[in-house]
Design a protein around this ligand. Structure first.
Ligand code: SAM
Ligand code: SF4
Length: 329
């Protein structure tokens, strides 16, 4: 088990497969100038499967999500999914992707054993997409979403980050579009994880602002009486249901007390929190010949030291060195 001193148990593993990306979302990456991890620094496919196997066999992990950077850029992705789907006990497998290239790979990923996919899309307007991501790939993302649904990677979830003055008026349109297409939409508050360290609390779109904007067109009622358990998203029934919308208010309504996450970076570091400033080097141990017992001990120790909260609300908060794209969102 991956326990911590605050009584939480981590069962949900986020594995970053690469720090590289084919988009440059302004809230995540700078236009240029980020130093990429070198090939020898990245875990190999075999190393990833070994560590995921250890996590599900020895450490109680039940859910594995592949992310990045952009995980579809990892050449061995389909093989990694296939080998993780063959593990016993079999973890639930999901992917967070920007959707570029998903049209080509969705069916193969499904056949390999992927269960679900989250696609990030912040706008319905190709020009706004270009402004936000600095790339002209809007149509690719829409095609990727279609392909994911056709391949049975359901429910297809869509993640949207709203940025003031760019796409913050789009919440109701995004929700109407998601409902029409059968996607489950979740808004994510912008967090201080951009490589440029440009985040400002009073410059972000809060969950309350998103909900107020949605309520101009839809009636929202809390699902499950407003209890969200360990799920980061607070979910709302739209116009009485069955359609839903989620809001992940990591900044204004943090869910740290119920957090069940553990993270593995593309270069084999365990992180016990998105906002952690310490990492535990599993790659060095693994390449130094550590056996599974030793790797499990290191991973447990990394999680045991997890702090009660992200620290976002404390005056001394400092952003982690690594940006979201290198940690794995
Ligand atoms: N490239 C893939 C994608 O965009 O879905 C996977 C990695 S990305 C880092 C994972 C998620 O983190 C995306 O939904 C993205 O919108 C979100 N994200 C990135 N930077 C963020 C930030 N500063 N605050 C909140 N969410 C962020
Ligand atoms: Fe790439 Fe995802 Fe970051 Fe956008 S949010 S730059 S798609 S890693």
């Amino acid at each position: 088990m991956l326990l911590d001193t605050h009584g939480r148990r981590a069962t949900d593993l986020r594995v970053s497969l690469t720090d590289r990306c084919n988009l440059r979302c302004t809230y995540c990456m700078p236009e240029e100038g980020l130093a990429w991890l070198g090939r020898p620094e990245l875990l190999t496919d075999d190393e990833i499967v070994r560590l995921v196997g250890l996590a599900v066999r020895e450490l109680g992990v039940t859910d594995v999500r592949f992310t990045g950077g952009e995980p579809l850029l990892r050449p061995g992705l389909v093989g990694i999914v296939e080998r993780c789907a063959a593990l016993a006990p079999r973890p639930r497998l999901s992917l967070t992707t920007n959707g570029v290239g998903l049209a080509r790979t969705a069916a193969a990923l499904r056949a390999a054993g992927l269960d679900r996919v989250n696609v990030s899309l912040d706008t319905l307007d190709p020009e706004t997409f270009h402004r936000l991501t600095r790339r002209r790939r809007h149509a690719d993302v829409l095609a990727g979403l279609d392909a994911a649904r056709a391949a049975g990677l359901t429910p297809v979830k869509v993640n949207s980050v709203l940025m003031p003055g760019v796409n913050d008026t789009e919440a109701p349109d995004l929700l109407a579009w998601a409902i029409a297409h059968g996607y489950e939409l979740r808004f994510i508050e912008q967090m201080p994880l951009d490589a440029q360290h440009g985040w400002q609390r009073d410059g972000m779109v809060t969950a309350d602002a998103v909900l107020a904007s949605l309520r101009t067109r839809f009636a929202l009622t809390p699902e499950d009486g407003g209890l969200r358990g360990s799920a980061p998203a607070e979910r709302w029934l739209v116009d009485g249901g069955p359609h839903r919308v989620g809001v992940i208010a990591s900044v204004t309504r943090p869910f740290c007390r119920a957090c069940d996450r553990t993270r593995l970076t593309a270069d084999g570091q365990v992180r016990n929190c998105l906002f952690a400033r310490e990492e535990t080097d599993l790659r060095g141990a693994l390449r130094g010949g550590a056996d599974d017992t030793e790797l499990a001990r290191l991973w447990r120790a990394a999680m045991w030291g997890k702090k009660a909260g992200s620290g976002l609300d404390t005056p001394g908060f400092t952003q982690p060195e690594r940006p979201m794209s290198a940690i794995g969102g």
